[in-house]
Design a protein around this ligand. Structure first.
Ligand code: AMP
Ligand code: FE
Ligand code: FE
Ligand code: ZN
Length: 284
């Protein structure tokens, strides 16, 4: 398998373990020529990554992964080639970041009620100056010996429906897609299997609605899906004439089983399609 690009990567601006420059350097060392920076609800790592990209000869696509209001599963939409200084994008992301800041102390309270001694200061220390996400809570629970590994922190406490879970306000999907387009970018559905819909027809219907709202592509290949599911989403995307992307959802040590550049062999053609879609959007 050829590993030469990765359109879904996290840095320590959100819940990845590497700094943006470290991530880009790693890509260069591993022969990965193109990466997109897709931190959760923030673009604060993009500038550093772009500078590192120039230094190491890696093409860096400015991106973001936005958390969307959705049931029954999780909806994350990636925006690619965005203008990170666009005021509307910045306002939207600020709304989601504020929602996180409100949620985090509530998670602490719930965990304390469950008898787990954990403080917001400890979680913030693990997260660093940037945005706090649930993996940071998981890391503190692990360090304190409350769980055997990060996965267990989610299955026992932090996952949706578990006793330490607190929902946060999120952006409506059409608004998020519009925001990405307003910032000059293309919107792509991340790890679609996490939408947790009942059957393929439900996915088809949802993608049709979202396509009408401006969603351009589907991350058909990713580390959450089986090979069979990847193929199924690939077919679905082609059937609906949507762009196919691939990304590992690399988080560094936060998700040690995921390799940077996994699925990179299906990406190159699709980057050109993303750019073509951008040009179409701009002509409209
Ligand atoms: P947050 O953005 O704070 O809601 O946290 C979401 C992040 O937590 C995801 O992007 C993953 O990195 C991680 N995550 C969510 N669910 C799980 C799970 N079941 N197991 C491991 N990590 C998870
Ligand atoms: Fe994450
Ligand atoms: Fe995600
Ligand atoms: Zn991600």
């Amino acid at each position: 398998m050829k590993h030469n690009s990765d359109l879904h990567c996290h840095t320590n601006a959100s819940d990845g373990s590497l700094s943006p420059a470290e991530l880009v350097q790693k890509a260069a060392e591993e022969g990965i020529t193109t990466i997109a920076i897709t931190d959760h609800d923030t673009v604060s790592g993009v500038r550093e990554a772009l500078a590192a990209g120039a230094k190491y000869g890696v093409r860096v696509i400015p991106g973001v992964e936005i958390s969307i209001d959705f049931q029954p599963g999780t909806m994350h939409v990636c925006g690619y080639f965005i203008d990170i200084d666009n005021p509307e994008l910045c306002r939207g992301l600020e709304f989601v970041q504020e929602a996180r800041r409100n949620r985090n102390p509530q998670i602490i309270q719930k965990l304390n009620t469950l008898g787990l001694a954990i403080t917001m200061e400890e979680v913030q220390a693990v997260a660093g100056p940037d945005q706090v996400g649930r993996p940071h809570f998981a890391k503190v629970l692990l360090q304190k010996g409350y769980v055997e590994n990060a996965k267990e922190a989610f299955t026992k406490y932090l996952a949706k429906g578990m006793p330490g879970y607190v929902d946060k306000r999120r952006l409506p999907r059409d608004e998020a897609i519009r925001m990405i387009q307003t910032a000059g970018g293309v919107a792509v559905m991340a790890h679609p299997i996490q939408l947790a819909l009942e059957n393929w027809e439900a996915y088809r219907q949802l993608f049709l609605e979202l396509k009408a709202a401006g969603l351009a592509g589907i991350e058909a290949f990713n580390s959450y899906q089986s090979e069979e599911e990847n193929q199924k989403f690939y077919q679905l995307a082609q059937e609906l004439d949507m762009i196919v992307t691939a990304g590992s959802d690399f988080h560094g040590e936060t998700k040690p089983t995921v390799q940077l550049g996994e699925f990179g062999d299906v990406v190159p053609i699709e980057i050109e399609k993303l750019l073509a879609e951008l040009q179409r959007e701009r002509r409209r």
